[in-house]
Each structure stands twice: as C-alpha cells, then as structure tokens.
Design a protein around this ligand. Sequence first.
Ligand SMILES: [Zn+2]
Length: 365
Amino acid sequence: MLTATNRLRVLCLKVTVIGTAAVVVMCCTTARAAVGDDEFSGTLAFDHVAHLVAMGPRPPGSDTLNLAQQYIVADLQSHGLTVREEDFVASTPRGSVPMTNIVAVCEGNEPGVLIIGTHYDTKLFDEFEFVGANDGTSGVGVLLELGRLLGGSRQGLSVWLVFFDGEEAIETWGPTDSLYGSREMVRRLVDTGEISSIRAMVLLDMIGDRYLTVQRDLGAPDWLVEAIRSAAVSLGNEQYFFQSAIGIQDDHIPFRGAGVPAIDLIDFMYGADSQEHYNTWHTQQDTLDKVSATSLEIVGRVTLLSIDKIESELFPEPPPIPEGMPTAGMLGLGLLAAACALGGTLVLRKGQPPSPQTTTPEVRQ
Ligand SMILES: [Zn+2]
C-alpha cells in the first residue's frame, strides 16, 4: 500500500506550480440549461464517464479495458467517424502486455491533422480498486462528445480523436514505464513519415474535477496557449484556465519530442486544495461524485472552439492589400497565365505554422 510519505513524494515530483499566486479555485456545480443537439453537452459527456466508471478498474490488458475499447469504438462509429484500433504489445515491468490505441478520424478537406487526445486506461493498483473517474475517464467523456459533434467530415484540418492505452506506469513512473500508447503512436508516425502531417496536438487529462483549474502547460508554444485562451475568453470561461502554470509529463511529451506543437490541458489540482488532491489523485477516492458535468462541458466547449482558433493560427488571413495595388484576383490570374504559358502547374499553399517554442524542462516522477 502506498504510504502517505510515498504519495506525497510522488505528488511533489509530478508537479511544480509556478508563481506565487494561489491557484484560483472555481466551484463548478451550477447546472446548465438544456443544450441543443449541435452544442457540446456536459450531461452527455458525463453519461459516458458514468458508463465507463461502472465497468470498474481498467488497467492495460484487462477485460474491462477491452470492454471500454468496444464501447468507445462503437460510439464513435455511430457518429460517422472512421476508427482505427492500433494494437501493440508493450514491454512492461510485469512482462508483455497487449495494448490498443484508438484513433477516430474526422476527415478534413485541407491537408494536415490536429490531434485531440486523452488516455482511457486507469492505473493499476493491487491494494485497492481504482476506477479513475477523473484520471483516465473524464477525457474520454469529452472526446466522445466531441466525436458526436464533429462526425465523419469537416471543413479544414482533419481531426483525429486519439484514445491512448497505457498512459499510467505499470509500477513506477519512468521513461520506460509510462506513456506506452503515445510513445508507440509517435514511433509509428515517425516510421511512416506521417508525423510531418500532424500540425498540433491538444491533450486532455483530469479535466472533470468540479473545482476546475486547468494549469498552463509550461512546455507548450505560446501560440497554442493563446489559441486555447482565446477560445476560453470567447466563451466567458477564462477564469478556469491558466491561472497558474505547470511543467508535467503526459501523453503529449512524445509528440513534442517529435517536433509536434503540443499542449496538455490538465487540472493537476484535484479537488479544492492540495490536501484534497493528495487524498484523491491515484486513490480509491477518484470516483464519479468528484466529476462535474459542468466542468466537462466547459473544457469540451473550449476545446471544440479551439479547433477554429488553432486553424486561424496555422493559416493566418493574408494582410490587407494597400490601395492602388493590384488585387489578389488580378495577381492570381496573372500568375496563372504565366504558369500556363510555361506549361506548369501553380500550387497555392497556405502559410506554415509558427515554430514551436523552446520547451521548459519537465518535472515529474
Ligand atoms: Zn494518473
């Protein structure tokens, strides 16, 4: 059994909160009015969380995780997304464990992919039953509701909703015992060269807490932070985001290591204060009653709107043309005529994304 000292040590190593300002804690218990079918519903996201939590603990390789996988795949397919199940065998301190990443594709009409990810395994504990209502399930609820709204196709970038297996350490967090699913996915994307098509990644983890305080990920590029912040401001939810900062290891790290701009939206202050976090995170107290439909809705709506904001950053509008200059149409026709005269093809490309900011060293186990 984990001792209090050990758990405190893990907590201290996992997180460094920067700045002297206290974390602003907002209690998210206010019920929302009923939403339309085309709006993100915290209630529907919560229903998914409740369904998965009722299955019991879902460590990698377990029958319950397999059931969860079937539930996730069936739900996404029912909304028209194309789903890939990427099986692999992870080498863990307890031997080989079969794992599966789930990738649901909403096909865009522009080249490039935005990944929105979460993990769907729950940490293995021998000493007690760990259902991970917040840690391992809240993100799944949000992603499934995003899947309902996105459907199978969209204008703009393709969006991949990715459900990672094996985020949690089987025994002790470390480079070879953690992030099994995300490390495997990045390895494959690098092998196939597809990694260059991944334009950005937004990871959701532990975002169902009724005291919602999403910290700013210190390693994320500024433009990606601002895209999320802008979405939160647009929705009047900025008070729940980035009131403090954190350096943390999670499933976004392998992507960042491969050059993909990535941000972790994580509320690593589970409960009202650090004492409550200590009592709840990775304990049998991480149960459904700690999760709020309103928090899921806030994070879901901000994430959904951030897709547009991220696309605006990746593909900025061209600057206005000064008076007296030929119009874009005239220029385009001229270029097209020149290209045709030379027997060539003219390809107009959208702008490149901002380069990722240098990352701050991560702190964790
Ligand atoms: Zn965890």
